[in-house]
Design a protein around this ligand. Structure first.
Ligand SMILES: C[S@@+](CC[C@H](N)C(=O)[O-])C[C@H]1O[C@@H](n2cnc3c(N)ncnc32)[C@H](O)[C@@H]1O
Length: 233
């Protein structure tokens, strides 16, 4: 596989800066980014097909719109866990979950997803919406390998991310220009989603390209290749 990671913009801010930005944005996130990202999140959740009784983790849950939907999907016999670096986001999501009466199905944790506090094979599914593309290029394989660790052998991964998988379009280049100038606030940057997942040992089961202001958004679901057990008889 030809890796083209040199074409992906690097992330230079520290974890403390990330945390500070999202703490600040947490109170109004739903009115800006959250509103126009809704249709992509929902398309991804539809493709992701969470089942009743499953244990699901969302990484970078933000204001908790997906956490709430996933909590309804898993029912009383399942559980949804969330990890997010921002205390502000955790506060907003906790309020949402409480208001929806879903507290018993939800377990939220404030922390860095490169160091997850969960045991091996804990989750049937892991979901990330507009979050994988916030990690710096060398961290992407690390976080995907951490996801593999916490997934059961047959567990699935769902990702929605700004994407370079469909070529360098003009809207994408304009967006990258803005990202380079205002990296703190226009912080998601397009990455090679398909290549990253395949490179980390996931086989893709579903893939759909949508556009956000002309910028490709890739919605993918995949499974760990190791889950395809070879049985010798
Ligand atoms: C662009 S927002 C997306 C929020 C939500 N998933 C959505 O689609 O609306 C990214 C989220 O990832 C969180 N985040 C960023 N870096 C993180 C890290 N290293 N570990 C855990 N969460 C992180 C941020 O605090 C923020 O809530």
């Amino acid at each position: 596989m030809q890796f083209e990671n040199h074409k992906v913009l690097r992330v230079t801010r520290s974890r403390d800066q990330t945390k500070a930005v999202y703490d600040k944005m947490s109170r109004f996130y739903d009115y800006v980014a959250g509103a126009f990202e809704k249709k992509y999140r929902n398309a991804a959740l539809k493709a992701f097909q969470v089942k009743e009784g499953e244990n699901v983790l969302e990484i970078g849950f933000g204001t908790g719109k997906c956490i709430e939907q996933i909590a309804r999907m898993v029912g009383d016999s399942g559980k949804v866990y969330g990890i997010d670096i921002s205390a502000g986001m955790l506060k907003v999501t906790s309020k949402r979950v409480k208001k929806a009466g879903l507290e018993s199905r939800v377990d939220l944790y404030r922390g860095d997803a490169t160091r997850m506090p969960y045991g091996d094979s804990k989750f049937d599914a892991v979901f990330m919406s507009f979050t994988l593309e916030l990690f710096d290029t060398p961290e992407i394989p690390l976080i995907l390998s951490e996801i593999k660790r916490v997934l059961t052998p047959s567990g699935k991964l769902g990702v929605v991310s700004l994407s370079k998988d469909y070529g360098e379009t003009i809207p994408l280049k304009i967006y990258e220009w803005f990202h380079k100038r205002f990296p703190a606030y226009i912080d998601c940057r397009p990455i090679f989603v398909e290549q990253s997942l395949k490179g980390a040992g996931f086989s893709l089961e579903y893939q759909k390209c949508m556009k956000m202001f002309g910028i490709p958004v890739n919605i993918v679901t995949g499974k760990s290749i190791d889950s395809r057990k070879i049985v010798f008889t």
